[in-house]
Design a protein around this ligand. Structure first.
Ligand code: PGA
Length: 248
């Protein structure tokens, strides 16, 4: 049985005051009725704030990216060890915005996953096809390509990994993949894992992301291979985010 997981991705939004209010509001709304694990990936500069506000809360802090390097002359980068020092639990790797806007490639993303795991962080590795790839009927091929390097690397610990399927055309657009469409991809991803690591495939959590909101969350989460969500826009609205968590 896989425990549901909902992770908010704030992206580059908010101010110190807004972040503090949002963290307090979400934290105070979390109660025993929510059985899902919950995380929130905040901008680097608000990680310490999250650590102080959340303490030992059920809501765990995450980062949105990290460096594949341990330390050294990498101006602007943040290492896995730095993140664990501030009690980060999750870290997103290979979000489509990182892939598209910052040219992050699969090979480097696998190194980021390994660096995160070595430091004790759980990476959330994101995959997904663009609209053109979807229309060309290439989504399975694209996702396979994004996952092969990860699944064949012996240094990657599949037991300490979360995957997220986020069709690029659904991110921030209000266009969600239909639950059946998303389920088809999630089942495909689980099958790919099964081919590499039979015993892990049933345990690994695969989140769906892309315009998830309080109204469509339940129909997505009820799908057999959808184990929760990676939530962008709706995670900036405490009420909507909590409502999504309740549905997981
Ligand atoms: P969205 O973003 O929920 O705003 O579509 C999801 C994401 O980018 O992770």
């Amino acid at each position: 049985m896989r425990q549901a997981l909902v992770i908010g991705n704030w992206k580059m939004n908010g101010s110190l005051q807004q972040s503090s209010e949002l963290l307090h509001t979400i934290d105070s709304a979390i109660n025993d009725k929510i059985s899902a694990e919950i995380g929130v990936c905040v901008p680097f500069v608000y990680i310490d704030l999250a650590r102080r506000v959340l303490g030992s809360s059920k809501l765990k802090t995450g980062a949105q990216t990290l460096s594949e390097f341990k330390s050294g002359a990498y101006t602007g980068e943040v290492s896995a060890d730095m993140l664990t020092e501030f009690d980060c639990h999750w870290v997103l790797v290979g979000h489509s915005e990182r892939r598209q806007l910052f040219s992050e490639k699969n090979a480097a993303l696998v190194l980021k996953v390994i660096a995160a795991q070595k430091a004790g962080l759980t990476p959330v590795y994101c995959v997904g096809e663009t609209e053109a790839e979807y229309k060309a009927g290439d989504r399975f091929k694209v996702i396979d390509g994004q996952l092969q390097g990860l699944l064949t690397n012996k240094e990657v610990d599949l037991k300490m990994l979360v995957l997220a399927y986020e069709p690029v055309w659904a991110i921030g657009t209000g266009m969600t993949a239909s639950p059946e469409d998303a389920q088809e991809v999630h089942a495909f991803i689980r099958e790919l894992i099964k081919n590499k690591a039979e015993s892990t495939a049933d345990k690994i959590r695969i989140l769906y992301g892309g315009s998830v909101n309080a109204n469509n969350a339940a129909s997505l989460f009820v799908q057999q291979d959808i184990d929760g969500g990676l939530i962008g826009g709706a995670s900036l609205d405490a009420k909507a985010f909590i409502s999504i968590c309740q549905k997981a």
